[in-house]
Design a protein around this ligand. Structure first.
Ligand SMILES: Cc1ncc(COP(=O)(O)O)c(C=O)c1O
Length: 359
């Protein structure tokens, strides 16, 4: 089936509120958003409308029973004002994996990408070309049946909106390994980007923050000993030319940055080992002095070093004074995303100016 995206442009742009030198993430949204409804077993045509509130009934199924999934991706402006979208087709694929796990309908992947590109073209003036700045894009879908009975919803809403993101200084992070709380379980929904995963992690994350850490480094829920990921990023451990990262499973989100970084590391001559890494491995490697570096990868953070790991009542500090591979891989990734380096991987798509002139 072919879809037509209709466009209802705002009559009152808020672009004057946008100060590229003073961007507060999550506070200001671009002029437009995408809305598309699913009913009678099929998706309707997406509409692009002025950004604003939506009306929902008190019995909205997503609010009560949690069928709600989302994605997050970034769009960059190059030095000559080309707008570049990073691997949106991978977000479209992952979105449908999440949809499948949550018994929600697929959203056509090409249409997902087209919705993102059309929105980005229309709101391209909201993207700053300052070093490290971007437009964060949030596609999401939620169940819209008005129901009190617990069941798979028959109706859904798909939406996309954009939010300018300022320069992200990825400071080295402090992570905490909580031996009691878990983010996700075998056979559960950890590999899906569903709203409930984030709700479940808020309490342990609050406790970790109160203890002075930035975030949790989650462990598996079966044996309570293998590293998994943080609440917003995947994790890597470097020992010389060998770089270890937890193998993907149904309890780990398959990060798109993780995949990109694995490609870049291999091309930089590192051996990347995807497998099981236990808390004891981490402690032993640290004790014997072979743990050179730890870092996390994700859309928000890009690549950031871990400066210390809290386990039980011990702090394991990483040496931040040596040459850090995370820094090198971050620079290369950011250069590709902003069209400064050639993109031999085919990750970046330039959005042609059809609706709004390049500026
Ligand atoms: C739980 C979790 N793990 C990992 C990631 C990193 O994924 P990506 O690199 O696709 O942003 C994210 C961010 O979306 C996340 O929420």
């Amino acid at each position: 089936m072919s879809f037509q995206i209709s466009i209802n442009k705002t009559k009152q742009s808020r672009i004057n509120e946008f100060n590229p030198d003073k961007i507060e993430f999550g506070k200001l949204f671009t002029d437009h958003m995408v809305v598309c409804d699913y009913k009678d077993g099929k998706w309707g045509n997406p509409e692009i409308i002025p950004f604003g509130n939506i009306e929902i009934p008190p019995g909205l199924s997503a609010l009560h029973y949690g069928q709600s999934i989302f994605e997050g991706l970034k769009v960059f402006k190059s030095n000559n004002n080309d707008v570049a979208v990073f691997r949106a087709e991978q977000n479209a694929k992952r979105f449908n994996k999440s949809a499948h796990r949550m018994a929600m309908p697929d959203f056509p992947e090409e249409l997902f990408v087209e919705c993102v590109h059309t929105l980005v073209d229309l709101d391209r003036n909201w993207i700053s070309s300052a070093e490290g700045a971007s437009l964060y894009i949030r596609p999401f879908m939620f169940a819209t049946d008005w129901t009190l009975g617990i069941k798979v919803s028959d109706t859904y809403k798909f939406m996309v909106y954009g939010c300018p993101a300022g320069v992200y200084y990825s400071h080295p992070v402090k992570v905490y390994i909580d031996r009691y709380h878990v983010r996700s379980v075998r056979g559960g929904v950890g590999a899906a980007k569903c709203a409930g995963n984030y709700a479940a992690s808020l309490y342990p994350a609050k406790v970790a923050k109160e203890r002075g850490f930035d975030q949790n480094l989650w462990i598996d829920a079966v044996e309570l000993k293998y590293l998994e990921e943080t609440g917003t990023s995947n994790v890597f451990l470097r020992r010389g030319k060998k770089i270890y990262t937890p193998a993907l499973s149904d309890s780990i989100l398959a990060g798109i940055t993780r995949d990109s970084v694995i490609h870049l590391l291999k091309d930089m001559g590192y051996e990347v080992i995807e497998g099981r890494i236990s808390i004891d491995d981490l402690i032993n490697w640290h004790k014997e002095g072979s743990l050179d570096e730890m870092f996390v990868t994700g859309t928000a953070v890009s690549v950031a070093n871990i400066q210390l790991v809290g386990i039980d009542n011990e702090i394991y500090k990483l040496d931040m004074t040596q040459e850090l591979v995370a820094e090198k891989v971050k620079t290369e990734l950011n250069n590709i995303r902003t069209l400064k380096s050639p993109d031999k991987y085919g990750w970046v798509k330039v959005v042609e100016p059809k609706l709004t002139a390049k500026s």
